[in-house]
Design a protein around this ligand. Structure first.
Ligand code: GLY
Length: 335
């Protein structure tokens, strides 16, 4: 019902996109966060890569990601930010790494996506800034955005508060790894360390590569900025950028992209990604009346933000829930 008073807890890309969609549909929305856009969204590279970022056993992410990718151009146009539709290039540094690319292509093929494998020369033609690699594959439909620019644009549109409003009828919880009780155990922090560089020879498109088994990605912004990510480790300690993490990223990226040596290293960031036990987000009823979850987006928060916003708004307006994402799947006897 339009006009519902909704507090959204969490001003990351998911919470902000949800708040914007609810406000567009006529609800009275405030976003509550003492440190807006300071969590995982601050670190995120912004790949809109449903195919490059799907792993075996996570095939639902492909379906959800493709649906959300379709929503991105309209959201970005409304926010007046760019979607770079340059595609993703998968690359394998050596023969063993190329098997990883081939496994990814086979996985996508099984789900009805034709992926064209490229030899050494094909990779070079697609991305002249790269070193000699064993081969790769091009995923032309993929894209990227700058999550910091998205969050800035959304923050300019929503009502932001340091504390919750008395009398909110619905609360949407979108607080990343810091879920309040009784939901805190539903997500685990998986640390991602990520570097930001400036280069005189950036790649043209997103590159996701494997180098001696190490996964690495480069996301260019279309100017001299390049984001290099990301480590992935479960830690109980607060997220910090470690020397070892930076070294692994730089070593792998340098093998793929020789211009790294000349690039200015301008920032290193570490944040925890909110992972769920089954790898799928928690979007919908929380088991507590009037509280809706928009959480657990793990590696896919940027990609899935517009779809999550629609699902949360549809749930408020119609009661509908996507059964695959229903948080009650994790709660004994809640459905
Ligand atoms: N989606 C990229 C990452 O989580 O590193």
């Amino acid at each position: 019902m339009a006009g519902t008073r909704v507090d959204v807890l969490g001003a990351g890309i998911v919470g902000l996109t949800v708040a914007d969609e609810l406000a567009r549909r006529g609800h009275d929305v405030a976003v509550v966060d003492p440190r807006p856009a300071g969590g995982a969204s601050y670190a995120a590279a912004g790949m809109l890569s449903p195919a490059a970022e799907v792993w075996h056993g996570e095939e639902e992410i492909l379906r959800l990601g493709l649906a959300s990718l379709e929503l991105w151009p309209e959201l970005a146009a409304r926010l007046e930010v760019e979607v770079r539709r340059t595609g993703t290039l998968l690359v394998g540094y050596d023969a063993g790494d190329l098997q990883q690319v081939e496994r990814q292509a086979a996985l996508l093929h099984r789900h009805g996506h034709r992926v064209e494998l490229l030899g050494r020369a094909g990779v070079r033609a697609a991305e002249p800034s790269l070193a000699r690699v064993a081969g790769g594959a091009l995923l032309p439909a993929e894209a990227s955005v700058d999550p910091r620019a998205i969050c800035d644009a959304l923050l300019a549109r929503v009502e932001l508060r340091g504390e919750r409003r008395p009398g909110a009828e619905v609360t949407v919880v979108a607080t990343g790894t810091a879920l309040p009780e009784p939901w805190s155990g539903l997500v685990t922090g998986v640390r991602g360390e990520i570097l930001r560089l400036r280069s005189d020879d950036p790649p043209r498109r997103t590159v996701r590569g494997w180098v001696g088994g190490e996964a690495v990605y480069l996301v260019p912004r279309g100017d001299d900025r390049v984001v290099l990510g990301a480590t992935s480790e479960t830690h109980a300690a607060p997220p910090v950028l470690t020397a070892g993490g930076a070294l692994r990223l730089l070593t792998a990226a340098r093998a793929l992209w020789p211009a790294l040596d000349r690039a200015a290293l301008v920032e290193g960031t570490a944040r925890d990604r909110p992972a769920t036990a089954d790898g799928l987000p928690l979007v919908g009823p929380s088991g507590v009346e009037g509280v809706v979850l928009a959480a657990g987006h793990y590696r896919h928060g940027v990609l899935l933000a517009p779809l999550t916003a629609q699902l949360v708004a549809d749930h408020l307006d119609t009661g509908r829930v996507d059964p695959v994402l229903d948080p009650r799947r994790t709660m004994e006897g809640a459905r």
